[in-house]
Design a protein around this ligand. Structure first.
Ligand SMILES: Nc1ncnc2c1ncn2[C@@H]1O[C@H](COP(=O)(O)OP(=O)(O)OP(=O)(O)O)[C@@H](O)[C@H]1O
Ligand SMILES: [Mg+2]
Length: 259
């Protein structure tokens, strides 16, 4: 078992505090969902964990099995087993999807222990078939001209090829048609198990109908304000966030970042 531990994390962007003390522990074999109104810091949390240079951690800690993640460079974080599926995956012209995946796989292996081309291709083929992806997606430039849903499916292909210990999936369900939502969920459920922990950022219950989370958290004003089980997501779906705000005495005007 491995543990990703986030303790009292404070993060600033351009001198403005966005995360105001996030504490969250994710073990492998657990799926966590984090929900919250727009602009409350969900993607900021994902970026801070991955080490995006724009997001400055001013205090708090992130560790994997006690090892300081904040001390690691971005590539070291990937090697330590972290993976982020971005809310808006970027396009990289000139790098094919297959090449990108292969270097990603190799970057996570020790030098001299690179995956053989044959083995890589075999695995890529089988994962693409599993995710019902067209073969030409492998030879196209990374995400270039991919539809919104194709990009999300491609993030799951990366997840399945790279097999991280911990994945953060930022709105992996946004823009997916109903069939694609099922395929993407199938991919995540396939990863589920001993060596894999996941934090899914989502706005909607529908994703959680396919992937039942062990824990659900609500983030508001840069803090996790409530945690529970799947019933919490169901309640948000039917009632929105007003009851949470009321419970916490949060003024509607301040729910975003202007608090
Ligand atoms: N690079 C940036 N530069 C300036 N402000 C930023 C940047 N990234 C995030 N912010 C601000 O930080 C706040 C939190 O943004 P974040 O993207 O984390 O929200 P979110 O919870 O993911 O929202 P959504 O549900 O809309 O995706 C917002 O007010 C946003 O404008
Ligand atoms: Mg976001």
């Amino acid at each position: 078992m491995a543990t990703l531990e986030i303790k009292d994390l404070h993060v600033e962007i351009d001198g403005k505090e966005i995360l105001k003390g996030v504490t969250l522990t994710i073990n492998t074999n657990e799926i966590h969902a984090i929900m919250g109104p727009n602009g409350t810091g969900k993607s900021t949390l994902a970026s801070a964990i991955m080490g995006h240079p724009k997001y400055e951690v001013t205090s708090g800690s992130i560790t994997i099995d006690g090892e300081d993640v904040l001390e690691m460079e971005v590539d070291e974080r990937a090697k330590a087993g972290l993976f982020l599926a971005m809310q808006y995956p970027s396009e990289i012209t000139g790098v094919t999807n297959a090449d990108f995946l292969r270097s990603g796989v190799n970057a996570r292996r020790e030098e001299g222990d690179e995956i053989s081309l044959m083995k890589f291709i075999r695995e890529l083929d089988s994962k693409m078939e599993f995710l019902e992806m067209d073969e030409d997606m492998a030879t196209r430039y990374l995400n270039e001209g991919f539809s919104g849903g194709e990009k999300k499916r491609n993030e799951i292909l990366q997840l399945m090829m790279l097999k991280p210990k911990f994945a953060i999936l930022d709105e992996i369900d946004s823009g997916l048609d109903i069939d694609a939502l099922k395929v993407v969920s199938k991919g995540i459920n396939e990863m589920r198990g001993e060596g894999f922990g996941c934090l899914m950022i989502t706005h909607y219950q529908r994703l959680l109908n396919y992937i039942e989370p062990d824990h659900v958290h609500i983030i508001m004003q840069g803090k996790i304000v409530k945690s529970g089980g799947p019933e919490l997501a169901a309640k948000l779906e039917s009632e929105g966030y007003d009851w949470v705000k009321e419970e916490l005495g949060i003024d509607d005007e301040t729910v975003g970042q202007e608090a």
